[in-house]
Structures are given as C-alpha cells and as structure tokens.
Design a protein around this ligand. Sequence first.
Ligand code: MLT
Length: 304
Amino acid sequence: MHKILTLNNISVKGLQRLPQDRYEVASEITHPDAILLRSFKMHDMEIPDTVAAIGRAGAGVNNIPIDKMTARGVPVFNAPGANANAVKELVLAGLLMASRNIGPAMQFAAGVRGTDAEISTAVEAGKKNFVGSELPSKTLGVIGLGAIGVKVANAASALGMKVVGYDPLISVQSAWQLSRKIEKAVSLDHLFSQCDAVTVHVPLLDATKGIVNKERIAMMPKGGVIVNLARGGICDDTAVLAALDSGHLHSYVIDFPTSALMTHEKVLSFPHLGASTDEAEENCAVMVADSIREYLEDGTITNS
Ligand code: MLT
C-alpha cells in the first residue's frame, strides 16, 4: 500500500487515479511515500525521509524546496500546460477589464443610489469618466512563450491585437512554430518599446526577477498595461507603482496581491485565481497523480 500525504485539497478526478486498493491518501498520514500539494509552502516543513516523490498540481514549483529534494534524489513533478487555458482566460479578462475600466466603472455603478430616474441621470453623467479603448488598436507583448504564453498570444491575436513575443529560455523561432501569430521581438527592450500592454508568463528565477523594471516600463507608450499572473517578483512593483502614479501606466493586473499594491486604484488584483477553474484543477491533479503513480509503481519519471 502506497501512502500519499495531501497538503492541499486535490481534485477528486486526480485522487481517482490512485486506486484505493493500492493507495492510502490522506491529509494526515505517517511515513508517506509521496506528497501531493497545490500552493502549500513547503520550505519550512519537516519533510519525512520516507517521501520518495512530490507532485505539485500546478505549473510553478517555487513553493517546494527543489534543491533540498534534488539533493535527496526526490523527483518533484508538476503539471505544465494543464492549467494554461484557465490562465489565458484570466489574462484576457484582465486586459478587457483594464481597457474598458471595468473595475472602477462597476464600483461607480454599484454606489449610485436613488429612484430609477435619478440612477439613470447619475449613470449617464458618470459614464464619461470610464471611456475605454479597444484591443485591436493595441500591441501585446508576451514574455515567456511556453504553453500559457502561446495560448495568450493566439487568443489576443484572435481578438484583433498585434502580438510580439519574447522568451528568455527558448528561441522565439521555436515558439513561432507553435504560433504564427507571434511577431518576434529581438530583445526585451525591443518588446517594451513596441507594446501597449505586456503580460509575463515565466517562472520566478534569478534570470526573470525584476525583468519588468523602471527603464523598460519607461520605453512603453503612455497609457500602458502590465499583466502579471505568473509570480510576484517578476515585475519591480515599486517601479510599476511609480509609473501608475505618474500616469505613464494605465493599469497593473496581478494575481499575487501585496499590501502595497492591493489598495491602489489602478491595480486590478485577483486572489491567485489564474488556475482556479474546475477544469484546470482536474487537469493538474490528474497529471501529477499519474506522474506519482507511474513513479512509485514503475520508477518512470515524467514532468519533473
Ligand atoms: C501554477 O503555478 O500553475 C498555479 O499557481 C497553480 C495554482 O493556482 O495552484
């Protein structure tokens, strides 16, 4: 019997991949053979020596002490691409919300009081403050051309946006094989200087920390939008806030709110919702549960 410790709720469809006749799966268990988790931060956790594999039901693995596990020879499996559609949809929602001023406009509408006639008058008077712009007049820069970035590029293109792509790790030529919609940026600076909106889809690494910085934001045309649903730290938040305050940036869309960001009127903040759809949770859970099962039963390593 293999024992699996779960540190977060894992979709039932995923747990069904670990048959009850061979697996005991619980949130409290002694001597686990493997750990399944989503966003639980493992860095300060005492990880039992019996753990032979870890499965992260998501793409990012920065909540797991990878170096420590690698030193122990414990593979860490993730679910690349399994939640890409969910993230893509939230990026599009963020871009649409920013370009049509949906957040402040809804707040205004919800605050109007009076008779129906008074509400109508107030709404007609107030709407001039929320005039938006349309996506086909805009160029989107996609930084990171993995599963999510390519989906975002294709969808933005379908909405009429021009798309420019850059990837610090893979060649844009390779990504171009996946999506003919992406125009290649020769450098990050080149991307920023051309784009009205920039969205990041890279992991948080030393190489990606702060790549959206003061100098690059200054290269963007006035009224730009930055979207970061990937990880906090990829954008220099101090530089973004200064650009929002000066009016150079129009909006900042984030999925990892901080105290400095979440109360700012030009920040659209989601509560780490990018991968939170029924479909994505199922896809991720199934992918990592399969990886854990194949590893424990056959020693096969996939997606680690
Ligand atoms: C991811 O890294 O794919 C997401 O953070 C997954 C999640 O929301 O748990």
